[in-house]
Design a binder for this molecule. Structure first.
Ligand code: PLP
Ligand code: LYS
Length: 420
């Protein structure tokens, strides 16, 4: 029987039901330690800002805080989880291309240290609200460096037509944004942010973006203390993926930053990075119970008790995953299956042509590397309940998010007369 964090998968399902998201805490800790150890330079401070959109829950944020990480949030919802975790407000960055007034107010009231300005219009809005609430806030301006990295078109963020950030070519507009901020009593300009996309393996794309941003800082000539180089570092889903080990990646990025600072004669107080997927992706596993199997003319299906509602990535990005039968780890993988979910959607296939041993009803299917953008993108399609999340470590398991219930969903069916 497969064990995760020295805990048997069948025991986890017995305790928490199926499907189930399982995180190996040791894997998360190792990643965080690598980032904290190797993303360091004598020439500037560094900060690891976990992109909480990849997966967030109170237990994870408490752990990251204990390791001295900061986080970024992109909505009032993500911020409310940070609040519940008592995450220090001075270590929170607030992102988003269309932050709502209520969200900005919530961030200011919680004392979020930094808001990342995504566009011209946000500057006025943030200045106005900060002055109204008499709350000081720091800002970074998100610049689109226009470096196209090789990844799925849906998760590129630095194409010329990206909805994110302000183009590196709009220097006059950026100067105007900074001037407005500098004129305001409560808003402080710290520097710039850039992010080129997600699930990227090419180190040269990150290096190119860093160099463009540092050359841009020089050209702008504005006092700049912080550069945030974003996240996007790829992980291994299948044998086709070859991510750069975190230690090597950090060393290379630090080298590239130092080189560019030297070349362009720029000094910075701090450089931040924002890894999301690479901290939690490979630490996450999803367990499912197999129901029926079915043969068609050309295929053999195994049906699982979850699917696109708990993992939308195969349907959305044609993402590939690896899997095993947790209770048959020692058997030869002589069979080929379509792993199909239970949603009323033909596209609800989690894995095509999965090589597995002979699969039978009640077997436990484990899908690897589901820790990022799995739970956080989960839906209630077909009114399925979102699975529970457990953390495992050294033979112990703890539930950190409970399974949703039908009652949770039913509670939303609340009718009332509207006072218009
Ligand atoms: C601004 C920003 N920072 C960080 C991330 C995290 O990316 P990843 O999970 O690929 O590291 C994203 C997502 O693409 C993002 O949009
Ligand atoms: N949700 C995407 C990544 C988006 C990253 C956030 N900008 C994925 O699953 O790969």
């Amino acid at each position: 029987m497969l064990q995760i964090g020295k805990v048997r998968c069948d025991e986890l399902l017995k305790a928490c039901g199926s499907p189930l998201y399982v995180y190996d805490e040791t894997q998360i800790e190792k990643k965080v330690e690598d980032y904290q150890t190797y993303f360091k330079s004598e020439n500037f401070d560094t900060e690891i800002v976990y992109a909480s959109k990849a997966f967030t829950c109170v237990a994870l944020l408490e752990k990251l805080n204990a390791y001295g990480c900061s986080i970024d949030v992109v909505s009032g919802g993500e911020l409310s989880i940070a609040k519940k975790a008592n995450f220090p407000s001075e270590n929170i960055y607030f992102h988003g291309n269309n932050k709502l007034n209520d969200e900005i107010i919530m961030a200011l009231e919680y004392g979020v240290k930094t808001i990342i300005m995504d566009n011209m219009y946000e500057v006025d809005q943030v200045i106005h609200l900060a002055e109204k609430l008499k709350k000081e806030v720091h800002v970074l301006i998100r610049v689109n460096p226009k470096v196209e990295a090789h990844t799925h078109e849906f998760i590129m963020t630095a194409t010329s037509d990206s909805k994110f950030g302000i183009s590196i070519d709009q220097k006059d507009d950026i100067k105007e944004m900074i001037a407005k901020v500098n004129d305001s009593e409560y808003v402080v300009f710290d520097g710039f942010h850039s992010h080129i996309g997600s699930q990227i393996f090419e180190e040269h794309a990150f290096v190119a973006a860093i160099d463009k941003m540092i050359a841009f800082i020089k050209e702008m000539g504005e006092p700049t203390s912080v550069l945030n180089i974003g996240g996007g570092f790829g992980v291994r889903y299948t044998d086709e993926d070859t991510p750069i080990p975190t230690k090597d990646l950090c060393i290379k990025l630090i080298e590239a930053i130092n080189q560019s600072l030297h070349t362009h004669d720029v000094q910075l107080d701090k450089v931040c990075m924002e890894p999301g997927r690479s901290i939690v992706g490979e630490a996450g596993y999803t367990l499912y119970e197999v129901g029926f199997t079915k043969k068609t003319q050309n295929k053999e299906f195994i049906f699982i008790d979850g699917g696109m509602a708990d993992n939308i990535r195969p349907a959305l990005y044609d993402a590939k995953y690896a899997c095993d039968i947790a209770n048959k780890m020692d058997q030869a993988k002589d069979y080929t299956y379509e792993v199909a979910g239970k949603c009323c959607e033909s596209g609800d296939i989690i894995i095509h042509d999965a090589k597995l041993p002979k699969v039978e009803t009640n077997d436990i299917l484990v899908v690897y590397t589901t820790g990022a953008y799995g739970y956080s993108m989960a839906s209630n399609y077909n009114c399925l309940n979102k699975p529970a999340v457990v953390f495992v470590k050294d033979g112990k398991a703890r539930q950190v998010v409970r399974r949703e219930t039908y009652e949770d969903q039913l509670a939303l069916n609340e009718e009332k007369e509207l006072q218009l």
